[in-house]
Structure formats: C-alpha cells, structure tokens
Design a protein around this ligand. Structure first.
Ligand SMILES: Nc1ncnc2c1ncn2[C@@H]1O[C@H](COP(=O)(O)OP(=O)(O)OP(=O)(O)O)[C@@H](O)[C@H]1O
Ligand SMILES: [Mg+2]
Length: 417
C-alpha cells in the first residue's frame, strides 16, 4: 500500500477531539471506500465556543487523539483533513454569467463561469472555505447539473460560498502544526457529517441534518441533491447537562453520567415510579431521584432546541419541502427518546444517522452518531484522493501542469456536497 492512500481526519469538538486513520480503496474515482484502521479520542481542551482559545491545550488534545488512532492503525498520519465550525462561519449564494461563443459548452466555459461566481470580494479578515456549484442555467433552461455539451449563448451559475474567519482558521492550523501534523484541508463540520450519514436519495428528496453536539446544534438543509442552507445554534448537550445540575442539585460530573445512562428526551416513554441512584459525594450519602423528573428537564430543553431548529428551517424557506424528513446525529443523537421527540415537534420522518455506506475494516469503531463528523472528514479526503488520482491519470501530463489542473478540478468538482 502506498502512503498516499492513507487518510487521517480530525474533529475538534467542544467535548471530544476525535481522530480517525483509514485507507482509501474501492472503485476510484466514483465510489471510494474507506477502510477504517484506527480511531482515537481525547477530551477537548483549549476550545471556546467552537474555536481554539488556547493553542497549547488544543495541541495536547490533538496529539492524544492522534497518538491513539495511529497506534491502533499501525501507520503514521502526516497531514490531516480537519473540521472547522463556529460562529465565524458564513454562507451565501453568488451568481456568475458568461457568454458562450462556441457551438457547445465546454469544460473551460464551466470553469470560467465558476470563476466569475467565486470572484466575490472577500473581506481581509475572512477566507473562502468552500465554493460549491449548485446548478447552471443555459439561456432559459434552469436547474442544469452539468451543462457540458449543451448548446447556448449564455451560461449562468449559482454557487454556494462558505467563508470562515481568518483568525480562528489560523489558530486551528497552528494547533495542528504544533502537534506535529500538517493541515491537508479544512472542511465545514456539518458538511462532513452529511457525507457520512445522509444518502444521495435523501439529499435529492430534501432532508435536514441536525447535529446535536455538546456546545452547538448544527443544521444543514439539502434539497434537490445540493446543500441549500447551514445554520448553527449556540445550544447543545452542555445546556442539557447544566439544566440537570440546577434541577437536581447534582454535580456536573454526575449530571453528565446520569444523562448518558438514564436520560430520555421524551417524557411519555418514562414510568412515573422509576428511581435512579445518585452516587454519594463527600457531603451527601447516596440518594434516589425520580427518573421522570430528570427526563422532564431533558425533554423541556430538547424541545426548546428543536423549536429553534424549526425556526431556522422556516426562515430558510424549507418548511414543507423536506420530503425525506430529518436525520439526527452527533453525540446527543444517542439520547433515548430523542427521535420520538423530534418526530413530535417536526411531524416528519426522523431517523438517527450513524456513519454508514462505503466503510470497511474496523467500521464498528465509528458505529455511533458522535463519529459522524470525523468519518465524514475522512470520506471527504477519500473523495479528494480518488479525484486527484483520476485527474492525473486522465490528463497524462507531468509535473506542475498536473498539479495545477488537479487543483482546479478539485476546486470546482465539489460534487459531493
Ligand atoms: N447516550 C447519551 N445520551 C445523552 N447525551 C449524550 C449521550 N452520549 C453523548 N451525549 C452528549 O453528546 C454531547 C457530545 O457530542 P459530540 O461528541 O458530538 O460533541 P462535540 O463534537 O464535542 O461538540 P460540538 O460539535 O458541539 O463542538 C455531549 O453533550 C454528551 O453529553
Ligand atoms: Mg461536533
């Protein structure tokens, strides 16, 4: 196996820093497979509201997670696909128009129109993360996926641009480099998660991915096969835990444990007489609390979070358009009753999304919703490797021209979002 076919990814979440090492195989370039070799996890330190606030501490978590993943994999990781998220992320649509002078539209025309749409002025303190072509218009024909070969005089594109703050991106890159790794690419976390848990059919029909993290709840709406809206709410599992601390008068540590062991987001599923044991502390002996009370607290908070998600969907203009319903992922999606509550609030089909499809090897290591992001990042990397390889082969060129061509194609063919 060549070293290029090894992929490593890193998800620095509010609660956990997770690393994954995998090998890329399968049918390249269309359907790459990811053979999971190792996963590592550490408690995140040095992160505030989704961005690195202490490089030294973040470096420590990164090293710990990668040490564990590479030890398990038995291979080294050099450069990483890394997730980025936070309040500094912005997305917008941009259009571009060019004239077509030949008989039919060629690949160069598509590149030209993409270039125009992408050439939006980006403020100095921000950088462009993703430029995702959504659809093309040839003269009056709308909704075209690939205009190459079509006849027309005017080609228009709509592109989804995602930008990030330069400072948070720089601090993230520094932390990774200080930990001894190279940054291969930064990828927006919810887009990575979507790659791991959503099917093409769901994205085509219209679906909302709701990622229940510790610090944030991220929303990504797909319709007609493409990403249409991303949003992030500043509430997550940490708020649920804090409510339990206040409501039951237990420590943060106990609240987290009780939530994960006995939590339920849907009160009707709980018996009124069930009791749960709260471990003794130095100041209090062991005691018993009503499980129904704890689940009432969780239910209230999750209901509130889902109401905010509902508002986000409505404001984005996709209420009633999500025919494939809602997919829950992230650590919080492991909470009992969370799908039942969501089905109640949204009145659509709800399922819990765990990384699936195109995975082999130690796939059971990522078989939980909280591994969606790190697995998606690696799948993104697998696509990149597959695409890069295909371009080099087909072009039959050498040296820098290959690199340039590969780079351009990589920039535009973000088909997988
Ligand atoms: N079984 C469970 N029941 C309830 N909550 C759970 C369970 N397992 C994990 N969680 C919650 O999931 C959250 C962690 O999820 P995850 O690892 O996806 O977050 P993160 O990526 O670190 O955070 P973020 O994405 O917000 O930066 C925590 O709040 C944790 O309490
Ligand atoms: Mg996360």
């Amino acid at each position: 196996m060549t070293t290029e076919s090894i992929i490593a990814s890193l998800d620095i979440g509010t609660a956990h820093t997770t690393a994954l090492v995998a090998a890329v195989g399968g049918e390249l370039p269309r359907a790459p497979m990811l053979r999971v070799l190792g996963v590592g996890q550490a408690r995140t330190q040095g992160l505030r509201r989704g961005v690195v606030s202490n490089i030294e501490e973040a470096t420590h978590s990164i090293r710990q997670a990668l040490d564990e993943a590479t030890r398990l994999a038995g291979v080294n990781a050099e450069s990483l696909y890394i997730g980025i998220a936070g309040e500094h992320v912005r997305a917008m649509c941009s259009t571009g128009v060019v004239a077509i002078s030949n008989d039919e539209i060629v690949r160069a025309d598509v590149e030209r129109v993409n270039e125009v749409a992408r050439a939006l002025a980006i403020p100095q303190d921000r950088e462009l993360l993703h430029a995702i072509p959504q659809e093309y218009r040839v003269d009056n024909a709308l909704g075209i996926r690939d205009p190459v070969g079509m006849a027309g005089t005017r080609l228009e594109t709509e592109m989804y641009l995602v930008t990030i703050g330069s400072a948070p991106a720089m601090n993230l890159r520094r932390s990774v480099e200080k930990a001894g790794f190279k940054v291969k690419e930064l990828v927006l976390e919810p887009l990575a998660s979507a790659l791991a848990v959503l099917s093409e059919e769901e994205k085509e029909m219209g679906v909302v991915l709701v990622e229940l993290g510790a610090g944030t709840t991220d929303v990504a709406i797909f319709h007609e096969g493409k990403i249409r809206h991303i949003g992030s709410l500043a509430y997550g599992g940490n708020n649920v835990t804090a409510d339990i601390v206040h409501g039951l008068g237990v420590t943060q540590h106990d609240a987290e444990q009780l939530k994960e062991a006995y939590g339920c987001a849907y009160e009707p599923m709980i018996n009124a007489d069930e009791l749960i044991a709260v471990p003794a502390t130095s100041s209090q002996p062991e005691r018993h609390l009503s499980r129904e009370l704890m689940c009432h607290i969780i239910h209230q908070r999750m209901d509130e979070i889902f109401d905010l998600v509902q508002r986000e969907i409505t404001t984005a203009g996709y209420a009633g358009k999500l025919n494939a319903g809602l997919v829950l992922t992230g650590g919080g999606a492991a909470l009992e009753g969370v799908a039942e509550l969501a089905a109640d609030v949204f009145s659509v089909n709800v399922r819990v999304g765990v990384p699936s499809g195109r995975l082999s090897g130690l796939r059971e290591l990522v078989d939980e919703p909280r591994f969606a992001t790190v697995t998606g990042l690696a799948l993104y990397g697998a696509h990149r490797v597959a695409l890069g390889g295909a371009v080099v082969r087909r072009a039959g060129l050498s040296g820098t021209s290959v690199d340039k061509l590969a780079q351009r194609v990589r920039d535009w063919l973000q088909d997988f979002f």
